[in-house]
Design a binder for this molecule. Structure first.
Ligand SMILES: *Cc1c(COP(=O)(O)O)cnc(C)c1O
Length: 386
């Protein structure tokens, strides 16, 4: 049978699964427990931490979009990362990128400090450094591309091949792009995961996570752990996320088109020092982004001339952007990584990571592109005369 397009898979998520009443939309099941049919006669579900019909439907829909076998829905993106670490034992090595999500970095580094595993942090675009790290025969290699907030891109296929040769499992954080733009399991990864708080739900009204495996046995092992630790996602959040997911391909198409226009506008603006967006031909991994991704996403960052004073003036004079962390919702958000998402790093560490005081990150929403650009144009003009 011909495989449906991702737009079709997303729109049909959970449609027509209700056998009792024929509800078109997958019902929400809030019950915490499920009656047995009779003595020692089980049904599909028994207790909601272990399994829940609404959560199962959402998990399977994401697994289908990612072209994997098993989808495990977790309470947050961070609990999906935590779940991953159940695969690692004392004495194992874990390789993570130097510029991964701050919350992931914190979890990995503090658990490593407790002796749970050996942590190796590398710049995965540096072939020699990666090869050196893989000599430790790690159990797990984490990849995150594009990176936050500088939108650096690494080659998933190449790193996965190298990691496999070293005997490692490869997990990719696909939060910034979604399966509409990038499918890590088709590029050789074993596991892909998301903070569903971002694009998958897309409406900034839940926190959640999901993890998808290629191999059903690995999926079963992780589902066992998710139940054991008790980090599975709620039925209500799963319901909302499934609802959000239906429009994911449509939203992404608009997000991306607008982001490219905004990036080009910023690139030509006199108040801007530099724009970081993989869709611009001047981006160092523009070619890699073109081959590895089906589009360039809608996250971008830029440096404003005039330092932190100019940043403040810019923020004070915007009316359409909301000053907030997070990303991937229909509304445009703006943030200052140095004092917000990356405030946990001291200034020296920020500098080493390329995060300056004048760096601004935006999550481009689906408002009309003309309104977004007009707002930025006004704000940037004010930024140069604070
Ligand atoms: C937000 C985010 C996470 C963590 O997800 P939460 O839902 O906030 O726990 C992990 N990775 C990336 C890339 C993120 O943006």
């Amino acid at each position: 049978m011909r495989k449906p397009h991702i737009e079709t898979q997303a729109a049909r998520g959970g449609i027509n699964i209700d056998k009792h009443h024929g509800a078109v939309v997958a019902p929400i099941h809030l019950s915490s427990t499920y009656a047995l049919k009779g003595f020692n006669e089980k049904r599909d579900f028994d207790y909601s931490r272990t399994g829940n019909p609404t959560r199962a439907t959402f998990g399977q829909t994401v697994a289908d979009l990612e072209e994997g076998s098993t989808g495990i829905v977790t309470s947050t993106g961070m609990s999906a990362v935590h779940l991953l670490l159940q695969l690692v034992s004392v004495g194992d090595s874990v390789v993570i990128p130097h510029d991964c999500y701050g919350g992931s970095y914190r979890l990995f580094s503090f658990l490593a400090k407790k002796g749970n595993f050996n942590l190796i942090v590398v710049d995965q675009s540096d072939d020699a450094a990666l090869e050196q790290a893989l000599l430790s025969q790690p159990k797990l290699v984490l990849i995150e591309t594009p990176s936050n907030p500088l939108l650096r891109i690494v080659d998933i296929q190449k790193i996965s091949e190298q990691a496999k040769q070293a005997g490692a499992l490869v997990a990719v954080d696909n939060t910034f792009l979604s399966p509409v733009i990038q499918k890590p399991l088709l590029l050789g990864a074993d596991i892909v995961f998301h903070s569903t708080t971002k694009y998958l739900n897309g409406h900034s009204d839940i926190v959640g996570g999901v993890l998808v495996t290629k191999d059903p046995a690995l999926g079963e092992e992780l589902a066992w752990w998710a139940n054991c630790i008790g980090i599975t996602g709620s039925a209500f959040d799963s319901y909302l996320a499934l609802r959000g997911l239906k429009t994911l391909p449509l939203r992404i198409a608009q997000h991306q088109a607008t982001a490219l226009a905004v990036a080009k506008f910023l690139d030509a603006n006199e108040a801007i020092e530099q724009v970081y967006f993989p869709g611009l031909t001047g981006h160092p991994q523009h070619q890699l982004a073109k081959t590895q991704q089906n589009g360039f996403g809608a996250m971008l960052s830029f440096e404003v001339k005039g330092g932190v004073e100019a940043v403040k003036a810019l923020f004070d004079n915007l009316s359409l952007f909301t000053l907030a962390q997070s990303l991937g919702g229909v509304e445009s958000l703006i943030s200052h990584p140095s004092t917000m998402t990356h405030a946990g790093m001291d200034i020296e560490a920020q500098k080493a990571a390329g995060i300056s005081q004048s760096l601004v990150r935006i999550s481009v929403g689906i408002e009309h592109v003309d309104d977004i650009i007009a707002d930025l144009a006004h704000g940037l003009q004010c930024s140069q005369n604070p």
